[in-house]
Design a binder for this molecule. Structure first.
Ligand SMILES: C[S@@+](CC[C@H](N)C(=O)[O-])C[C@H]1O[C@@H](n2cnc3c(N)ncnc32)[C@H](O)[C@@H]1O
Length: 347
């Protein structure tokens, strides 16, 4: 899947072909404004307001406590982006808005927008410093309890779609009963597998700030003790011996160094039962110069900035697993999320 500029007519097609369109202006001027406008709109409740019936400019401005002139500009942009249609001076949400922007829907990305607007946006200011020093923010060491809440709801929002596919396609050894979900946060991956496998139960190991904020999220799924949190640290804690059939580490490897990931793989290998699987679920770092993958490349830089680490290639991930004594089993590429894969090894 590619994110591309597509010409509307033959003249524009020719302009693009002949390099007459200053594409870098798109990145420099248009993309930053689009991103911030969408984040502020979500945070101010604009999408929800229209879905709840505030369909005129005045009603949106009043409901969301926005300036009327600025609201006109904002709604013009959001309509051009395909979030709304506009007829007879009334806005209506498009299918995209109804599917992805409802604040309380399990697949909504609203939580990610609030986190990115309130917490992540100021981090982007530090991109220049990161590029000069290679020192990222290490945000897990500095979030306030309120920010932990935004973070955990953002992870839940980012994973709603993926978790469904994970539930269908993750390999589950026959008769599996015990799972460990390292850095599992909201627990959606564990919930998806446990719902499909009635004999399975899962422990979600995560940092104290995450467990505090994610406990109410997990309770909503109604699986009780079958999926429960355990406060711990994947780097410093042991996972036990031959205790699990499935060990999952989803979206944590990109926060850890290669040495830390190797250490975690070795502890996971000891904690697996024979024929157990270790699934590293991750954004995959594209090789420089390979087919463009903006999700893989932009998350790589973003995780560098936010955690000093970054994405890893499939080879790098498999190497940690093999050095830990596990055998490569399979790589499952997601259909719903470009640039993401499960790299699975077996004991
Ligand atoms: C990006 S989130 C991923 C959450 C979830 N696994 C998913 O795929 O959506 C990373 C999670 O790892 C947790 N985490 C970070 N460092 C950790 C550590 N050293 N030990 C355990 N959990 C950690 C964070 O608190 C957070 O909940």
């Amino acid at each position: 899947m590619q994110l591309k500029v597509s010409p509307d007519n033959p003249l524009e097609w020719l302009g693009l072909l002949m390099n007459m369109v200053p594409m870098p202006l798109l990145h420099a001027q248009i993309f930053p404004v689009i991103s911030k406008a969408v984040l502020e709109a979500a945070d101010a409740g604009v999408f929800d307001a229209v879905m709840q019936g505030a369909t005129t400019l005045d009603a949106i401005a009043e409901t969301c406590k926005l300036n009327p002139k600025a609201t006109t500009e904002l709604m013009g942009l959001l309509t051009a982006l395909g979030y709304f249609t506009y007829r007879n001076e009334q806005f209506a949400p498009t299918k995209m808005t109804r599917r992805w922007m409802r604040p309380d829907d399990s697949e909504s990305v609203h939580g990610m927008m609030v986190f990115n607007n309130r917490v992540v946006w100021p981090w982007l200011e530090r991109m220049g410093a990161y590029l000069r020093t290679g020192e990222g923010i290490q945000y897990h060491d500095m979030l306030t309890p309120e920010q932990w809440g935004y973070y955990q709801r953002a992870m839940m929002a980012a994973t709603g779609t993926e978790a469904k596919e994970f539930g269908r396609r993750a390999p589950v050894p026959k008769g599996a009963t015990h799972m460990l979900d390292i850095g599992g946060a909201h627990g959606q991956h564990s919930v998806a597998l446990c719902k499909r496998n009635p004999g399975l139960q899962s422990i979600i190991l995560d940092l104290p700030g995450a467990v505090e904020q994610s406990t109410p999220i997990l309770a909503q799924y109604g699986l009780g003790d079958r999926v429960r949190h355990q406060v711990g640290n994947a780097v410093t804690d042991e996972f036990g011996e031959q205790a699990y059939d499935i060990i999952l580490m989803s979206s944590l490897a990109h926060h850890l160094t290669a040495e830390q990931n190797q250490l975690v793989a070795e502890k996971a290998a000891r904690a697996l039962r024979p024929k157990g699987v270790f699934i590293i679920n991750e954004f995959i770092r594209p090789e420089i110069g390979s087919r463009p993958d903006l999700v893989g490349s932009s998350t790589d830089l973003y995780f560098g900035l936010s955690s000093t680490a970054g994405n890893w290639t499939i080879d790098e991930i498999s190497t940690w697993q093999e050095r830990a004594g596990l055998e490569p089993y399979k790589v499952v590429n997601y259909m719903s999320i470009p640039g993401r894969a499960m790299v699975v090894a077996r004991k």
